[in-house]
Design a protein around this ligand. Structure first.
Ligand code: URA
Length: 471
């Protein structure tokens, strides 16, 4: 008997999860065996012929029952570059409908292969979130017209993850116009609409600009040679990505100077560890935080910044409008007051780990303006997890809390600043000090009261510096 000719199923794109799921449901319901199907993805956006014309069985009348873990696993694995993935997933689907416990058998060769594919995809997505670097370019739409700024990045993912990651960049850089160019596909955001175009060439991406210098300076400032673990670094940041990272050009000279600087640090009793690397990982994870609804409508999470081994940590309330746009704490008006007070107290901002109790900007819209709103207790509680991790990793000797929200974030308790300032609290991790929040000082209508509170802030910063140097 001659075998029936294989049925060809063409999907609309390499990452066409909806198309695969729809076809798989129909084929499975019609009991079309895995060996009888050839799966293909349409090769380019122009390959219109390939997009249609699938001769699929009708939509099934009944919902198919699959183990709960299957869709998430398959959705990730489907983005793998392995050309057999559509077929492997259909084979796995076929088997799990007969043996629903199969997904728990991690030694099963097919389950294992699909799990490894999903894991590789998740890792690639994580890398893309972490290592895309935008460069600012001036875009001229027409001759003689005024140009506008666009941020352009070049990235080479291993798998078909561009569409899957686009949402992350939209959320994180909602206010910017940006493009991410990749060999397979390019995505563009104009502040309102996400669009796509064909893949690009590395030569089409810009390289070298003033922003890069700023980034390099920042990276050099936070680079701690004692934490330099080449193995861990190359594991987290494979060499493949180095060529796209402006800061990677600094790695060789920094490594070269690391030994001498590490010796100095050991002499200063600074234990080498991986705190810097872990903090960076934490900051990346926090970008995906959905522990409370405050992430909605923001440009992302504003994580703490500063040396991972800072002796002094300063905790504020939450980022404001400017912090949300700049992705850095204390860069707006309250930051201006804090900077002035830090200078007067002799505290170097770059030596302090500066963070907030709540990591997303809470606001309400008034017309076109985003007006600050105080975070409530449940939001502070939800965000305490991140603050605890920062304190655990940085291990500051002294934590200075600016205002009642910071006190609640650090201690979990309510506070009256006027009563508490001046007397150190004994926190599990070291000394705690409490002072006025710079925004409170800015809001005081009475000039004398504002001057007094500002004077208190400078005093408390000096005390915090002193305490952080004790022990
Ligand atoms: N106010 C804060 O508490 N934190 C900031 O980062 C900015 C303003």
């Amino acid at each position: 008997m001659r075998a029936a000719p294989a049925r060809v199923v063409r999907l609309a794109a390499e990452d066409d999860w909806d198309g695969w799921r729809d076809a798989a449901r129909r084929l499975l319901a019609a009991r079309v065996a895995p060996d009888a199907i050839v799966w293909q993805a349409r090769e380019s956006a122009d390959d219109l012929f390939a997009a249609g014309g699938n001769d699929l069985p009708p939509e099934p009348q009944l919902e198919l029952r699959v183990p709960r873990a299957f869709p998430a696993l398959a959705k990730s694995a489907l983005l793998h570059k392995d050309s057999e993935r559509f077929a492997l997933l259909y084979r796995l689907l076929w088997q799990v409908t007969e043996h629903p416990g199969l997904l728990n058998d991690h030694a099963d060769p097919l389950v294992r292969r699909v799990e490894l594919m999903a894991k590789a995809v998740r890792r690639d997505i994580h890398k893309m979130h972490a290592f895309v670097r935008f460069r600012e370019v001036e875009v001229l739409v027409e001759e003689g017209a005024e140009g506008h700024t666009r941020f352009v990045a070049w990235f080479e993912p291993e798998h078909h993850i561009i569409r899957a990651t686009a949402g992350f960049f939209v959320r994180r850089f909602a206010q910017m116009a940006w493009s991410i160019l990749t060999p397979e596909l390019s995505v563009h955001w104009d502040g309102e609409v996400l669009s796509e175009s064909i893949g690009a060439d590395r030569s089409q991406a810009p390289s070298g600009d003033p922003l890069e210098d700023m980034w390099k300076a920042y990276y050099a400032a936070i680079f701690n040679p004692a934490r330099l673990k080449i193995g861990a670094m190359t594991k987290e940041m494979p060499r493949k990505y180095w060529k796209n990272l402006p800061e990677a050009q600094l790695i060789a000279p920094l490594i070269a100077g690391a030994q001498a600087r590490e010796a100095t640090m050991v002499a200063q009793h600074v234990a080498p560890d991986e705190r810097g690397i872990s903090l960076q990982g934490l900051a990346e994870e926090a970008q995906e935080c959905r522990r409370c609804p405050l992430w909605k409508g923001t440009n992302g999470c504003v994580f703490g910044e500063g040396p991972g081994d800072a002796k002094l940590m300063i905790v504020g309330e939450q980022p404001g409008d400017e912090e949300d746009k700049a992705h850095r704490p204390f860069v707006g008006p309250a930051g201006g007051v804090l900077d002035r007070a830090l200078t007067q107290a002799g505290v170097e901002r770059s030596a302090v780990y500066l963070t907030n109790a709540v990591k997303h900007f809470k606001f309400e819209m008034r017309g076109k303006r985003r007006i600050h709103q105080k975070p409530d207790t449940s939001e502070i509680e939800a965000c305490r997890w991140w603050l605890d991790q920062e304190i655990r990793l940085v291990r500051p000797r002294t934590v200075l809390m600016l205002g009642a929200t910071a006190v609640r974030g650090v201690t979990g308790k309510a506070a009256t600043i006027g009563k508490m300032r001046g007397s150190p609290l004994h926190l599990p991790q070291g000394d705690g000090l409490v002072t006025w929040h710079p925004s409170y000082i800015l809001r005081l209508p009475d000039k004398d009261a504002a001057d007094r509170a500002y004077g208190n802030l400078v005093e408390d910063l000096s005390l915090a510096l002193e305490k952080s140097r004790e022990h």
